[in-house]
Write a protein that binds this ligand. Structure first.
Ligand code: SAM
Length: 321
């Protein structure tokens, strides 16, 4: 397969390289922002004028290789706000540095990670938390959905430690059969929960994003790292709501309809005035977990030892050739 074939099959992969994003996922956050104005904070009306609160402290959970952090860095740090804006990126993996982004190489299921974020913000709460966390998918849908849900809940837990009341939280979600349970849990903490599908996220994927606005924890809620899915002591037990009482979260397709369709294959020559040129990825991952396997394969050390019955000679002899 030629190196340009992925550019043809995946328009957002190609555009990411052309625009200098580390991953195609950058467009998902950009499309979500087009719909929800995430980087402007919350809107309120002051004497008939619409006013947006500022987003000065943002957290990017599960950030590597860093395209969402790039979006935050480019969008939040205007010329006059370089000093004011603080962005923290957390991931199990190391990632290459980015301007204005502090990295924590850590696990979002750990309380120590929440404490480190708070230390970095000098005790001030965050205005926005985003999480594009995904486990290594196994292909077993039920298992993948379960692990993804656990990751989302870990992100929610960290969020309850660091987000200011009124702040916003955005996270990847898999729309599996038990997704309404997650919506119900999120509704305990946020007045508005929407499930959004950006145009850059393939229709063929069960991935979507929950956009949770206006953080309003239940009165007396003490943030902890336990799994809120298992905790029924807050407010109504939403899990029991059925029929007309069940929670229905709005579903919103977002991103301009004229934007590229992530499921389509496009010709390499997109624009007759500009010749296609292959570009390498903006920033390959540093020290990825598969690096060792790649090195072993390069040196032909991953191949299984030839057993006599598996060897070519043996096969040829067996076939009398
Ligand atoms: N938003 C990123 C971007 O735009 O470049 C892509 C994120 S990638 C889809 C998912 C990331 O989740 C991986 O880098 C993985 O290491 C991270 N991750 C998975 N489980 C995690 C955990 N428990 N703590 C921290 N990061 C985790």
């Amino acid at each position: 397969m030629g190196r340009s074939s992925k550019d043809k099959r995946d328009i957002y992969y190609r555009l990411a390289k052309e625009e200098g994003w580390r991953a195609r996922s950058a467009f998902k956050l950009l499309h979500l922002d087009e719909e929800f104005n995430l980087f402007k904070g919350n809107i309120f009306i002051l004497q008939v004028v619409e006013v947006f609160t500022c987003v000065n402290r943002a957290v990017d959970l599960c950030a590597a290789p860093g395209s969402w952090s790039q979006v935050l860095s480019r969008k939040l740090r205007g010329k006059d706000k370089i000093e004011e804006v603080k962005i923290v990126a957390v991931d199990l993996q190391a990632m290459a540095p980015l301007p204005g982004v502090t990295q924590i190489q850590g696990d979002i299921t750990k309380i120590s990670t929440a404490q480190e974020i708070i230390r970095h913000f000098e005790g001030q709460p965050a205005d926005l938390v985003v999480c594009d966390g995904a486990p290594d998918v196994t292909g077993l849908h039920d298992v993948d959905e379960y692990i993804q849900a656990q990751l989302l809940l870990a992100a929610l837990n960290i969020t309850t430690h660091v987000l200011k009341p009124g702040g916003n939280f955005v996270a990847k979600i898999f729309r599996g059969k038990d997704v309404t349970l997650l919506y119900s849990q999120l509704k305990i903490f946020f007045t508005s929960v929407t499930c959004a599908k950006p145009r850059s996220s393939r229709n063929s994927s069960i991935e979507a994003f929950v956009v949770c606005q206006n953080y309003t924890p239940p009165e007396g809620y003490i943030p902890n790292m336990s799994n809120p899915l298992l905790d029924h002591s807050y407010d109504v037990d939403f899990n029991q709501l059925e029929g007309p009482n069940r929670i229905i979260v709005p579903f919103l397709a977002c991103g301009d309809l004229s934007a590229f369709d992530s499921d389509r294959t496009y010709p390499l020559q997109l624009d007759s005035s500009k010749e296609y040129q292959y570009l390498p990825p903006t920033q390959p991952p540093i020290r990825p977990p598969y690096q060792q396997a790649c090195e072993l394969r390069k040196n032909n050390l991953l191949a299984k030892e030839d057993s006599p019955s598996g060897s070519l000679d043996h096969a040829l002899t067996t076939l009398h050739l």
